[in-house]
Design a protein around this ligand. Structure first.
Ligand SMILES: C[S@@+](CC[C@H](N)C(=O)[O-])C[C@H]1O[C@@H](n2cnc3c(N)ncnc32)[C@H](O)[C@@H]1O
Length: 226
């Protein structure tokens, strides 16, 4: 699946941010801010690895929020798609964020390297959440935190209605240019099992694993501690 995912993002990288904003009505930026807030609850100067950083939005959001708090935060944004990273590098010009090529399932970082590992809207693209969780545990320092935000398939009727409208709109808007890519993205959201990740993180031995549900369940943040 990784090759298919990489090809999809190589196709849509130029329009990815625009479609994100249009298709979430800008709400994705609020969800990233909520995730950044969660991350910055860890006090002091921290090192952050943003996995599958794409065009870098979460990494940039954490950087800006930390700056406002006068905090020194070392951030690496990692992704396996060169073109998405190219956009990230341009957007993050003037910051100290480093962007690096890499695979979320085989990270090139040493054990116990980071205070925080984050990821936004990428988990459903990964071939194995178990391998991902294993890598997160390996590269996090003891006492380090993770925070992941992604879409979920809502349980409430209200949430289901919102979600159906959203995925129809997503396909329609995306299909103007990249029909198959956005059809796949909408499909991947509808097949999310949002109880799976917290289960895996607990099984992997993380402590205080919690889920924060966002906007009638259509997204969620999972966070916890090594
Ligand atoms: C939906 S985008 C999310 C990008 C960004 N995190 C955001 O908040 O917009 C998914 C990203 O995951 C990346 N990705 C998927 N599988 C990956 C893997 N195994 N290793 C590294 N990056 C991966 C893709 O290249 C893509 O940039």
């Amino acid at each position: 699946m990784s090759k298919k995912i990489n090809d999809i993002f190589s196709m849509i990288y130029e329009k990815y941010d625009l479609y994100n904003r249009l298709m979430s009505f800008g709400i994705d930026t609020i969800w990233r801010k909520q995730t950044a807030k969660e991350v910055l609850k860890k006090p002091g100067d921290i090192s952050v690895l943003d996995v599958a950083t794409g065009t870098g939005d979460l990494a940039i959001c954490i950087y800006k929020m930390a700056k406002k708090e006068n905090r020194n935060v070392k951030i690496i944004g990692m992704d396996f798609n060169k073109k998405m990273l190219g956009v990230a590098v341009d957007k993050a010009h003037g910051t100290t964020i480093k962007f690096e090529l890499g695979d979320a399932l085989k990270m090139k970082y040493a054990n116990n390297s980071f205070d925080v590992v984050t990821s936004a809207f990428a988990l459903r693209n990964l071939d194995s959440l178990d391998e991902f969780a294993h890598e997160v545990k390996r590269v996090l320092k003891s006492g380090g935190n993770f925070a992941f935000v992604d879409m979920s398939s809502p349980k409430s009727n209200h949430g289901k209605l919102l979600f159906n409208l959203y995925s129809k709109f997503m396909i329609l808007a995306g299909s103007i240019i990249y029909k198959d890519a956005y059809k796949w993205l909408a499909y991947s959201i509808s097949h999310i099992d949002d109880t799976n990740l917290p289960f895996i993180m607990k099984k992997m031995g993380f402590r205080n694993v919690k889920t924060k549900r966002l906007l009638s369940d259509i997204a969620y943040i999972v966070y916890g501690t090594k």
